[in-house]
Design a protein around this ligand. Sequence first.
Ligand code: PLP
Length: 445
Amino acid sequence: MAKTHVFRNDLNKEYPVVEKGEGVYLYDKEGKRYLDGAGGMVVVGIGHGVKEIAQAMEKQAEEVAFTSRLRFSSAPAEELAEKLCGATRGEFEKVYYATSGSEATEISVKLARKYHIDNGEPSRFKVISRWGSYHGATTGALSWSGHVQRRRDYIPYLHDSTHIAPAYCYRCWFGQEPKSCNLECAEALEHEILYQGPENISAFIAEPIVGSTLAVVAPRENYFQKIREICDRYGVLLILDEVMTGFGRTGRFFAYEHFNMIPDIIAIGKGLTSGYFPMAGVMTTLKVWETIAQKSGSFVSGHTYSATPLGCAVGNKTFDYLIEHNLIERSAKMGKILLNALETLKQHPTVGDVRGKGLMVGIEFVKDKETKETIDKKIAFSSQISKEATKRGLLVSAGVGCADGQNGDSIHLGPPFIITEEQINDLVNILDNAIFEVESKLNSK
Ligand code: PLP
């Protein structure tokens, strides 16, 4: 292995060195081309190597890159917040800037608590979240994440937080069928609130469409309407984590728009700058902001690099690019094409489910389609698929644990919205070959 001083996630793996990104492709130092089916980490919506973003970045860096947000606002920060709130048709009123999705979900939770304190209910502090979810890697965000594999080693540092069942129809925890269920997974929230004591509950946090943990799972129709009703009944704030789903990824500007209800707070990140700058944020409704503005008048939770003029300038240009090139509509359209094409992979004996919304798509692998029995974890099936796909020039994200926290292989995809039909065909062909290769190896053992 070549010597390196970089401490990576996988300490014993050799990583190719990336040199260039262009459109949906990445190129390494050896000149090998990769179709970025993963969009980095479901981040890159507008594509790699967009010159306009680089130019906007250069211009802003020359004017002013950094100022303390405690002393100054900036034109890019003002402009971006106006655009983001405008994109929600005024449903959200203010933006609190951050630098990562983990930070954004933590700020969301702190903001909910601050709202309750200023609203005269200081006993409310508990957060309810769901198993099979991910809200970030810092200890607060990991506490309310329900990603067993990522939590496991750090449980001693995590806060006491409670998790309810996910809205996971393929493996319903309540043994129901989507057409005839009573949304027991949403009712679980009411039970949890009552058992914990409504006077103690600050917020419920969930991804509108679960990303990496469950390989893209959207809830059944009306799930979030019922969640909204329950939150309102008990004075609990609803936080939706749009870090992965925002900025057109699911074919709407924000994924909450699919569900006919408005959350109180949303955490945003990833697509906000499409990977061109580390930026994230928290958006809040007028109700939350006004309560704090009229009482304590202060909410302190920033980090040094929040709201930099440079980051906001990149956010502005990314926003304009999305809108000017109709990329949100394109994500919806190409997402349907991708999902249809991936359906053909169901002829593989291991492809149990193919699902998605817009250009956020997942595949769950099983040993037996009838019983949905999972593949032996020791085989590391999804990692092998990812490895075989990479060999053939396609990047996908692999996951394990979707079925029960421990077992269940999956991959998820989030290519840039500029992907063409031809590139989708390439993607599906490579994936088809990769799955065939791993299945053949398995059968020959
Ligand atoms: N929330 C969701 C839904 C995510 O997918 C992620 C990252 O993948 C995060 C939060 C954390 O974001 P970050 O890695 O930028 O801290």
